[in-house]
Design a protein around this ligand. Structure first.
Ligand SMILES: *Cc1c(COP(=O)(O)O)cnc(C)c1O
Ligand SMILES: [Zn+2]
Length: 440
């Protein structure tokens, strides 16, 4: 039996993965990638684990990648020579021993997905999408460029993979709503970078219209190929824990593709018999961009798109998430919860955890703030194994970090403030300052 995968809508209409299509022609529903599970089940759970272990972080191209090491479960129909990989995945699972200790937890881990080629988890999905575009272009040549709307990280990732492949990239960004670091990434990679006077949802509306022209291939997460790569987050976490299931996973959510991917990865592992139960999932939103949280308050019976307000967690400043329905389905299946964090809570949580060796981006701050609330509510028990998904590298968000460690007149200083001291270049003065700090 052959490994195979295709796009499929809710009603069962199917399309090949190399067709340029994002919604079903019959019912307009989102398409999901489906696999020939019977073929995958021919291999025993033990044999799958052995295969994944043999490949993990080795050099045999492309299998050392955390994504392509699971190629059969991700996208079996791509020829290896069409794969554009930068050895994504394989990220550190940081044992947050000191931070956990402060919260009364013994088994707290931070999955550092931002330790990646372009500094965010977006690389996991983008390698799959750009590889497929590469394959389509080699087969038929119908695509002129690949494009996306972005809150900053998707565009950085798309630009990097597209330029590695030699494919033109078009990037639509909300003007002044991404960091300088995120803006310079696609520019450096040679992408056509369009900075629009709108928010992310406004960019998304335009890019969806452009996508009606098949010559512009859409790289947003409405395209399920990205979800297939991001699914490997769950597979990799399991692998790093010797295939033992954690109790809770906390993940920040904006467009809600990543929380959907996380769940789909676990469901696939369960179907293949690699695990026999599921973790619980908590999705963390910024209070200023919280449409999923509001829906959760109605037990998911209602959902209303909102206009997201400005938040430091810019990558999740989204009011009309494209993957809302699949995310709700996943959260129900995983007995999930949704919680939110204020601007102060997310900044303090990031800074507090930074004091224990991390360097958190604001979105990870949102997840950490929700973690603290769940511990306070005793929703998380002291010996629960908890994993926080850190979605980007803190180095991409210097204004967030610098802005925190700063005193603004007439405002109370932040709780974890640490200011540099400007001193004369004088030995005695320096020693005195050190003694003062350490307490002599
Ligand atoms: C994209 C992104 C998210 C949100 O992921 P979604 O799939 O949109 O929910 C969170 N954090 C960072 C840093 C991101 O780049
Ligand atoms: Zn359909």
């Amino acid at each position: 039996m052959n490994y195979d995968a295709w796009f499929e809508c809710e009603l069962g209409c199917t399309y090949p993965l190399n067709e340029i299509i994002y919604r079903c022609k019959n019912c307009d529903g989102l398409l999901q990638v489906k696999h020939n599970m019977d073929a995958l089940k021919q291999r025993s759970p033990e044999d799958w684990k052995t295969l994944f272990e043999q490949r993990y972080m080795r050099t045999e191209y492309p299998y050392g990648s955390g994504v392509w090491g699971k190629k059969e479960l991700v996208c079996p129909i791509i020829d290896n020579e069409n794969i554009i990989s930068m050895y994504e995945g394989g990220t550190n699972l940081f044992w947050a021993e000191r931070f956990g200790d402060q919260l009364g937890l013994t088994d707290l881990w931070i999955k550092q997905c931002g330790n990646s080629h372009t500094g965010s988890f977006k690389d996991l999905g983008m390698t799959v999408l750009v590889s497929m575009v590469n394959q389509i272009m080699r087969e038929s040549g119908d695509i002129r460029a690949v494009m996306c709307a972005s809150t900053g990280d998707t565009s950085a990732s798309l630009a990097a993979y597209a330029s590695a492949a030699g494919i033109p990239a078009i990037i639509l960004l909300p003007k002044e709503k991404v960091t300088r670091e995120q803006l310079i990434q696609p520019i450096a990679n040679g992408a056509l970078t369009l900075s629009l006077e709108t928010d992310f949802d406004g960019c998304m509306a335009i890019v969806q219209k452009l996508a009606a022209r098949k010559e512009f291939y859409l790289a947003n997460s409405i395209n399920s190929l990205r979800i297939e790569g991001q699914k490997t987050i769950s597979m990799e976490i399991l692998q790093q824990f010797n295939w033992k299931i954690p109790d809770w996973i906390i993940i920040p959510g904006g467009n809600l593709g990543n929380v959907s991917a996380l769940g789909l990865g676990f469901l696939m592992m369960r179907e293949l018999g690699i695990i026999d139960k599921l973790p619980r999932i908590a999705c963390a939103q910024a209070e200023r961009a919280n449409p999923l949280y509001r829906s959760y308050q109605t037990d998911f019976t209602e959902f209303k798109a909102i206009t997201a307000q400005s938040t430091q967690a810019t990558a999740i400043q989204i009011g009309n998430p494209v993957s809302i329905h699949r995310a709700i389905r996943i959260l129900k299946e995983f007995d999930g919860i949704v919680d939110q964090a204020t601007e102060e809570e997310l900044a303090d949580a990031a800074a507090r955890a930074d004091r224990t060796g991390l360097f958190n981006c604001p979105h990870t701050g949102v997840a950490l703030a929700v973690l603290i609330k769940m511990v306070e509510r005793k929703q998380i028990q002291p010996d629960d194994r908890v994993i926080v998904i850190s979605t980007a590298n803190g180095l991409k968000f210097p204004d967030f970090k610098v802005g925190y460690h700063n005193v603004i007149s007439n405002q109370p200083p932040p709780t974890y403030l640490n200011l540099p001291h400007e001193l004369e270049a004088d030995y005695e003065t320096v020693l005195k300052q050190i003694d003062n700090h350490l307490g002599s």
